[in-house]
Design a protein around this ligand. Structure first.
Ligand SMILES: *Cc1c(COP(=O)(O)O)cnc(C)c1O
Ligand code: SF4
Length: 439
């Protein structure tokens, strides 16, 4: 039985390994951790982080806030207020102001929130016809927090931005009205922080004949990386695996969308055992990660990651480009660099690893893949395509943007060849006649 110990700002100094860090790094955790989310646990501490070289270690950087993740002026402000011992109200107000300046809700996620009559379904995002994202309210936390996470407003007590919904009822009502939906993706936070009983209450109704149009249930989770004991020794691990079995027996696909950022997360015995147990239920495991400076910005890390994932019977799925939020300036990479990392890793692995797609930006119009940099009639351009489009007709049509060596996100790109608009911006016709887009 493995016991879970959570660490956050109030108790991280009790982590034995922390004493090995220079005092200024410890103080920086305290300062920056007031603004960015911070929470970790004993598995991450004992099995994933390389404490001998914490200062350069990807897993340390993934879990512990550090100075360079905030802008200098923001860091200085928090430090000054802390040194002045200002009241909690003043400090909190300033922290809130800094957070709001960090684009806490990127890519207009609120545009994808649908309605049921008069009711706004805050716990659902429906952007692509066949798939909905569902944010169960009890699953809006994680076993540990990634410092780059774009869901970070949810962990920081910004309740107005919390896309959460208690009522399974509303979800089911919505799905009854939307026969075009085939996939439901449980997301968060991390839905695997929920008990098996709660997860069961959401999933079991979907297995009835009424919801035959739902072909696939996906669960997006970081638990395999941050707490594999979820599937091994937690009190309700066995119940969870039996729930997975029931989904498979009902004839639906169950896919765990596992989030791994670095090959080290794929090395522990606990992870190996957890994967064997999940795969034993008939569920599949697909993997995804953003590509980030300081974490995984070398092709060898990606080819190693994909190979190990296939060794472990997981299916590499997406490489994402880190979102324009939070500590973006610390993690972001130029688009061209992302593509070079992708292709240099991709060409070294066998076809079984090449199920992965990317690098891809999830922006307002859809998931845009950087296919590469090319020269067309003397002009250097980015070749792009939609992997997913707000309008399904856009998918898989190559299009071009003017080359920009510094660009890190789609909104910085301009159409190539002096054109005024990208092809999908020209469409005057409504994006769709179906009522699933509520803008
Ligand atoms: C990625 C994504 C999905 C799922 O897309 P697939 O290509 O089917 O994996 C659904 N909704 C949103 C908003 C997404 O970003
Ligand atoms: S596990 Fe996912 S949702 Fe949780 S902090 Fe990390 S990136 Fe965010």
């Amino acid at each position: 039985m493995e016991h879970y110990h959570a660490y956050a700002l109030h108790n991280f100094r009790t982590i034995p390994q922390i004493a090995s860090l220079p005092e200024d790094m410890i103080r920086d955790i305290e300062t920056v951790g007031k603004v960015l989310p911070f929470k970790t646990n004993n598995y991450v501490i004992d099995e994933l982080i390389d404490w001998g070289r914490a200062e350069d270690d990807a897993l340390f950087t993934l879990n512990f806030p550090r100075r360079d993740m905030l802008e200098k002026r923001h860091c200085a402000t928090v430090e000054r207020l802390m040194a002045q011992n200002v009241s909690k109200e003043i400090l909190d107000a300033e922290i809130q102001r800094i957070r709001l300046s960090l684009n806490p809700n990127p890519a207009g996620q609120e545009h994808n929130v649908p309605c049921l009559g008069e009711i706004k379904l805050r716990g659902i995002q429906h952007k692509y016809p066949e798939t909905i994202l569902f944010f169960p309210s009890q699953g809006q936390t994680c076993h540990a927090y990634c410092t780059f996470c774009f869901r970070w407003p949810q962990f920081s007590g910004m309740s107005g931005l919390k896309f959460a919904m208690k009522e399974t009822d509303l979800l089911l009502k919505y799905l009854r009205l939307h026969g075009e939906v085939t996939d439901i993706l449980f997301t968060g936070g991390d839905p695997m922080t929920m008990s098996a009983a709660i997860l069961d209450s959401y999933i079991t109704p979907l297995l009835t004949p009424e919801f035959a149009h739902i072909r696939s249930i996906r669960i997006g989770t970081k638990s395999l990386s941050y707490w594999p004991y979820r599937y091994l020794t937690d009190d309700d691990s066995d119940d969870l695996l039996r729930l997975f079995e029931r989904v498979i027996k009902s004839g639906k696909n169950l896919s765990v969308q596992a989030h791994f950022n670095h090959p080290r997360e794929l090395q522990t015995e606990a992870l190996r055992q957890a994967i064997i147990r999940i795969r034993g239920t008939g569920a599949q495991i697909r993997t995804q990660s953003p590509v980030m400076r300081h974490i995984n910005d070398r092709p060898e890390l990606w080819s190693e990651m994909w190979r190990r994932q296939v060794d472990l019977n997981c299916i590499p799925y997406y490489m994402f480009i880190a979102r324009d939020t939070g500590a973006r300036h610390y993690f972001e990479l130029p688009l061209e660099k992302c593509w070079n990392i992708f292709r240099r890793a991709y060409r070294k692995v066998s076809g079984l690893c090449r199920t992965v797609r990317g690098p891809s930006m999830s922006d307002h119009p859809g998931k845009i893949q950087v296919l590469g940099v090319q020269e067309v009639k003397g002009e250097k351009v980015f070749v792009l395509r939609f992997l997913q489009g707000r309008n399904p007709k856009w998918v898989d049509i190559p299009f071009f943007a003017a080359y920009d060596p510094k660009a890190t996100w789609f909104n910085q790109l301009k159409p190539a060849f002096g054109e005024a608009k990208f092809f999908f911006e020209e469409s005057k016709t409504p994006v769709t006649t179906k009522p699933f887009l509520f803008e």
